[in-house]
Design a protein around this ligand. Structure first.
Ligand SMILES: Nc1ncnc2c1ncn2[C@@H]1O[C@H](COP(=O)(O)OP(=O)(O)OP(=O)(O)O)[C@@H](O)[C@H]1O
Ligand SMILES: [Mg+2]
Length: 253
């Protein structure tokens, strides 16, 4: 099976502090892979290395077979075009309409007719179960769950092979969170893309992921299938998963 993302013995130091230590894992093509860990553990930092915003201090970061810190700017642009990034809090542009947010990449980079872009925006919005009624609205007119959907639609606009979701369910109520989870799984099925999820939401990570990685203070504490990680005897992992074990039992996991 092809590996979409590979990190090998990656270290990252900022201002003399090591925030990632000896990180090794891979994400396979078509997989739903979640990184979980407490605030400040290094989750978002890993995604910054993957999209080439940061260079590792030591170690290898390979995405779509290309070693990210070594490729040219043009090659990095090509790689980034194949990655959809759903930012924490959605990060929509408040002064742009929903459809403009969705096709923002094309508005910025290419000179395509408005009709064509609106059609493309609608196609992507339908994928996240929204419709033409939202096209001309502004982000402030939408609920939190709808904003997340729009952010996901925007990430899908360039038909990425890899979608990175940073806290896709944060700030949402439990029911809306589960709907977003279902959507992530549905989109993986529809597009065949790989999903890398960064989350605090343990229920989400353990119910939808093929594999999960638990990170603590920049170090990997556990990695594996949800059912393996949940049985990991490491006291830290047990304290981490303890709260959700009962909940997962009712979901038959
Ligand atoms: N630009 C930066 N300069 C200095 N330190 C940073 C920078 N970005 C992150 N850090 C530090 O690196 C560590 C990991 O940060 P990171 O954002 O990866 O955590 P996280 O797991 O995503 O946390 P959260 O769940 O709160 O989003 C933190 O201690 C943070 O203070
Ligand atoms: Mg973060």
């Amino acid at each position: 099976m092809n590996r979409t993302v590979v990190l090998e013995h990656v270290y990252k130091e900022i201002n003399g502090r090591e925030i990632l230590k000896d990180i090794t894992f891979d994400v396979k093509e078509g997989e739903i892979f979640s990184i979980i860990g407490r605030s400040g553990s290094g989750k978002t930092s890993i995604t910054k290395l993957i999209v080439g915003l940061w260079k590792p201090t030591k170690g290898k970061v390979v995405v779509f077979g290309k070693e990210i810190p070594k490729i040219s700017k043009t090659e990095l642009e090509e790689v980034r075009k194949q990655i959809g990034y759903v930012f924490q809090e959605g990060a929509l542009f408040d002064s742009y309409k929903v459809w403009e947010n969705v096709v923002f990449y094309y508005l910025e980079k290419e000179n395509r007719p408005k009709d064509e872009l609106m059609d493309l925006a609608l196609e992507k919005l339908r994928m996240v179960n929204l419709d033409e009624r939202v096209l001309d609205l502004y982000p402030s007119d939408l609920s939190g769950g709808m904003r997340k959907r729009v952010a996901i639609a925007r990430a899908l606009a360039t038909e990425p092979k890899l979608v990175i979701y940073d806290e896709p369910t944060s700030g949402l109520d439990p029911i809306t969170s589960r709907r977003i989870d279902e959507l992530v799984v549905e989109l993986r099925g529809k597009t065949g893309s790989t999903a890398l999820i960064v989350t605090h939401d343990m229920i989400s990570a353990f119910t939808i992921s093929d594999r999960v990685l638990v990170i603590r203070e920049g170090k990997i504490r556990a990695i594996g299938k949800p059912e393996e990680v949940i049985k990991n005897p490491d006291p830290y992992i047990q304290s981490f998963v303890g709260d959700i074990k009962d909940c997962l039992k009712t979901l038959h996991i």
